[in-house]
Design a protein around this ligand. Sequence first.
Ligand SMILES: [Fe+2]
Ligand SMILES: [Fe+2]
Length: 316
Amino acid sequence: MNMMNKVIADSEFDVSARYAKCIEISKRINWDIDEDVIRGREFDVSQKFLPDTLSKVEELESLSKEEKKFISQIQGRTYANMFGLVERFINTKVLEIGQDYNFGDQVALEALIRFSQEELKHQELFRRIDKMCEAVMPEGYSFVPQPNDVAHVVLSKSTWAVLALTLDIELFTQTHYRDSIDPMENLSPLWKDVFMYHWREESQHAILDELEWVRHDKGVTAEERDQGVDEFIELVAAVDGILQAQAKADTDYFVKACGRDVSEDEAAKVEKSVLGAYRYQYIFSGAAHPHFGKVLGSMITAEQGERIHAALDSIQ
Ligand SMILES: [Fe+2]
Ligand SMILES: [Fe+2]
């Protein structure tokens, strides 16, 4: 074996070992929705759901302590629903790319099938969480985007763009848990557990997203990649459209259910703050993730990177 062949063989071994490691961890940490996560508990509305560092609720100075807590619960419910939403298209794409391994690497195939099973379980968990929120929160909440409608729009774009968005999402999930949810005291312990268990399985997903995106990237032409960059920008714009609609729905719900008259001016300030929080949660915290920047930067040109930055700068 010459040196070049040896380097290729070693790197193939590394990749294969990473799929195997994901399976090993996935088996070890596997959890059950009722036995491990919910454990017969209900949500306690005397506690916040989403931490302040994500909800940005402390910037709303006109709101009382109780009202800020209510906003954190509305945003928390939307947070769970947003994951249920994106997991519909993520799972569909994972099942699609997994077929590349049907008659090939059976370890990679198993890793992707476990990924898919976990996303199906997470969608069930988030449907349960929404119902449990419904049981303790005032009537009138609505989650605007429909998972299948969003999945059809996202999956109409190239695999390169969908995998870019997927890695972005699965990396920010981890940052949110580690940097914001885990360290915050006085957060609902049940809500904290939901995202601790979710984070544990998402850690493997982000590794698999990266492996699959890098593998896919090697097979596309420069023109296809360039189109992928434009489509990734279109997907981020589509996410922003969803966030604008949901920020409006969540503000309308807050105004109707908070128990006092809220002026139009104050409602506009709440909506602006909620939209800012959602853009931070679902767009900027992922775009600023150092590892996402590293993987993306290894594939694209400086001009393509500038195009993405300009698109992100235009969202405000
Ligand atoms: Fe998930
Ligand atoms: Fe995931």
